[in-house]
Ligand binder design. Structure first.
Ligand code: S3P
Length: 424
């Protein structure tokens, strides 16, 4: 699908976004292991979170969907059936890595695969810790999907994450629910803590002390009513749009503001963006609130170390903002960007080139000079949802009509993106 984007006038009004992708995956997987029903409202409409629902259904768990409300009929920690066929994780790294921790503990063999992009993403980061808990996992070239998981009895481990990854942390904690005793995960840098919050909400015994998380197994989970906040990583596109187009003023409602995710707002504030959160409340252990943003020129700056990890999903659209900023933007320590749905350093640079934006690419980041002119261009998503949306936002600031090929990729996390954008 090709989308055409014309330069926008000021963006103003209220924006309502779909549910958070990270939280939706976790709620669905834990609900599928809980005793009794869970009702999850504002479940992500994205294809990735539907890949998770597809896997759960294939494991014999009842799932009903009514709009964005999902009811999951959990059958307890030992209620999953061996799937009749292979499990399909689609494009979703979160699905395959997190559910692998649960499949590793099942008394059956399962096989899980993904699309072309997922088939190139490394799984050894979860295979190693799960193997040291006693799971046997086979993979293409010992590293890539499909994974064949010979589940069984697991024992607890004390594991220091070699990469800052919430997906890996979650995979080990999820497996730890089935191991008798204390499974400990140590993080080099604090990553998003939705799993820790969700595990507690469902009734697991979990302790967090700085960057050390301990889960007590065996866990027992109880079904519940949950509300998913709207996705801050989706909000990022509209925050940047408002900061690119003079005169804009947006309010984005009921967004997840978990402190391990909201570095985006702190970063925007630090470079001079008028961003505020006039209302915040706590729902199911997660902070939710409205974000208000007005246009202002932003300074630019440096994103490195912990900040890079905290902004990892927002970097493509922040790179776009960097090219319009006063002083430019340097992104460092972002080697993880190279193994996302695409090599996002390469795909951002390719689209920048098409619009005449200068960028110096480094092995783990990029240096983007500021105050650059955005020329209209023919972009490609390269099959990556965040690249499709980041360059649709760039196109709003272009000097004419731009196009985005393979625009349907946005549906992976945000199917409503194009219709919301069309309002402006
Ligand atoms: C996610 C963690 C991050 C992020 C991904 C979602 C999660 O991946 O990029 O979009 O929900 O835990 P890593 O764990 O690979 O850093």
């Amino acid at each position: 699908m090709r989308q055409t984007i014309r330069p926008a006038g000021p963006l103003s009004g209220v924006v309502v976004l779909p549910g958070d992708k990270s939280i939706s995956h976790r709620y669905a997987m834990l609900a599928a292991l809980a005793e009794g029903d869970s009702r999850i409202s504002n479940y992500s409409t994205g294809a990735d979170c539907h890949s998770t629902l597809g896997c759960i259904r294939a494991l014999g768990i009842g799932v009903e969907e009514e709009g964005a409300t999902v009811t999951i009929h959990g059958r307890g920690m030992h209620g999953w059936n061996q799937p009749a066929g292979d499990l399909d994780a689609g494009n979703s790294g979160s699905t395959i890595r997190m559910i692998a921790g649960l499949l590793a503990a099942q008394p059956f063999v399962s096989r899980i695969f993904g699309d072309e992009s997922l088939s190139k993403r490394p799984m050894d980061r979860i295979m190693k810790p799960l193997a040291s808990m006693g799971a046997k996992i086979g993979a293409r070239e010992n590293r890539f999907p499909p994974l064949t998981i010979h589940g069984g009895r697991l024992h607890p481990i004390d594991y220091t994450l070699p990469v800052p990854s919430a997906q890996v942390k979650t995979s080990v904690l999820f497996a730890g629910m089935f191991a008798e005793g204390e499974t400990i995960v140590r993080e080099p840098i604090r990553s998003r803590d939705h799993s820790e919050i969700a595990l507690r909400e469902f009734g697991a015994e979990l302790r967090v002390k700085q960057r050390v998380i301990t889960i007590e197994g065996p866990a027992k989970l109880t079904g519940r009513e949950l509300v998913v906040p709207s996705d801050l990583s989706s909000a990022a596109f509209f925050l940047v749009a408002a900061l690119l187009v003079p005169g804009s003023h947006l309010v984005i409602q009921n967004v997840g503001l978990n402190p391990t995710r909201s570095a985006l707002l702190d970063f925007l504030l630090s470079i001079g963006a008028p961003v505020s959160t006039p209302r915040i409340e706590c729902v199911n252990g997660e902070l939710i609130g409205d974000i208000e943003v007005r246009y202002a020129p932003v300074r630019g700056g440096v994103i490195e170390r912990e900040l890079t990890a905290a902004l990892i999903d927002e970097l493509p659209v922040l790179a776009v903002l960097g090219a319009a900023s006063e002083e430019g933007l340097a992104i460092r320590d972002a080697q993880e960007l190279r193994i996302k749905e695409t090599d996002r350093i390469a795909t951002v640079a390719k689209n920048f080139e098409r619009m005449g934006i200068h960028v110096e690419v480094t092995p783990a980041g990029m240096n983007i000079p500021g105050k650059q002119k955005f020329r209209a261009a023919a972009f490609d998503s390269f099959g990556d949802h965040r690249i499709a949306m980041a360059f649709a936002i760039a196109a709003l600031h272009g000097d004419g009509e731009s196009t985005i090929d393979n625009a349907e990729a946005a549906s992976v996390s945000f199917p409503e993106f194009w219709s919301i954008l069309a309002r402006f």
